[in-house]
Design a binder for this molecule. Structure first.
Ligand code: ATP
Ligand code: MG
Length: 284
């Protein structure tokens, strides 16, 4: 079978998490900063380390079968690829920001103003949708300093915590798009058996991240109350304890409502609650 190629960011915000995800999928490869291609020793896959801007086109043209990149980069490059899986990291928003003392109050106030950005395509579509005619100034980086330099009235840039905006005297004004890292594939790649195998591994790692393995003890008479609170993958396992009248319950619970669930379990009579991380969850 043909060896697959996956393109990931060589260095930058998505590099570490992309490498970690692939390693958690059980793939063995060297992650030398100097190498551009790294073969995987235990799966027919090669990893290409690239600038993130180049990844969408490599995947569109089939030079790489798969890629991990921010949705913002895919939207901006307007490539034709398959969206295979949201990956839950690299979360950020593309926002329009204005200076703290700006007189811009409504979106329509952007009409006739200049906005500096490295995302002219996405910003252009957004403004068109809102029927706003503004002057888009495309620059290649350090967008946040442009209002201070008098180059633009506003900016449109990626924001995660907002710290960079603040330190440059800017404030968020409008949300243009939200983004996270995504697995993309060349059109039709989703039908390839190896791609499907890799996607299943990725999904099992993502699922595991969203859940915790929980073991707790409970008096048999309180068991129904405890079980009523638990989802489990199919249903929780209930095992007798050496001490008469007690059972142990094993289950998985979602990370998102974890603390609420734990306090409800305690109230329902759960004791000796042990929580463990899960490495993988394979459903089929
Ligand atoms: P490259 O050298 O590969 O071209 P880059 O400088 O263009 O890298 P990074 O700054 O490393 O890109 O960001 C990569 C991606 O990380 C972004 O395209 C975006 O999807 C995501 N990201 C998450 N949070 C942020 C943030 N606060 N600012 C910028 N990008 C972010
Ligand atoms: Mg880039």
């Amino acid at each position: 079978m043909k060896t697959l190629k996956i393109a990931i960011q060589k260095s930058g915000r998505l590099n570490e998490k992309s490498v970690e995800l692939l390693k958690n999928c059980g793939l063995n490869f060297e992650n030398y900063k100097s190498s551009l291609i790294s073969p995987v020793s235990n799966f027919p896959l090669e990893i290409l380390f690239l600038r993130d801007d180049d990844i969408p086109e490599y995947v569109q043209d089939g030079i790489a079968d798969l890629g991990i990149v921010g949705e913002n980069v895919i939207e901006e490059t307007e490539v034709s690829v398959s969206y295979l899986q949201h990956l839950g990291f690299g979360k950020c928003s593309l926002k329009i920001a204005i200076t703290n003392n700006s007189d811009i109050e409504n979106l329509s106030d952007l009409g006739g103003r200049s906005i500096a950005t490295t995302y002219p395509v996405i910003l252009g579509k957004f403004l068109k949708k809102q029927n706003i005619q503004a002057d888009i100034r495309t620059i290649s980086g350090s967008v946040e300093i442009s209002p201070g330099l008098g180059l633009s009235d506003a900016i449109c840039d990626l924001v995660s915590t907002g710290g960079t905006l603040k330190s440059n005297g800017l404030k968020p004004f409008a949300d243009v798009m939200s983004s996270e890292a995504i697995l993309i594939g060349s059109k039709g790649s989703e039908n390839n058996d190896l791609v499907q195998e890799l996607m299943q591994r990725i999904q099992s790692v993502l699922r595991a991240k969203e859940t915790k393995y929980v073991v707790l003890n409970v008096l048999k008479e309180n068991l129904p109350n405890v079980l009523a609170l638990l989802p489990g993958v199919k249903s929780p396992s209930v095992l007798p304890l050496a001490e008469e009248g007690w059972v142990a319950v094993h289950t998985v619970i979602p990370e998102r409502d974890f603390w609420d669930r734990i306090s409800q379990l305690k109230q329902a009579g759960a004791q000796g609650i042990v929580v463990m991380p899960i490495e993988k969850i394979i459903l089929e």
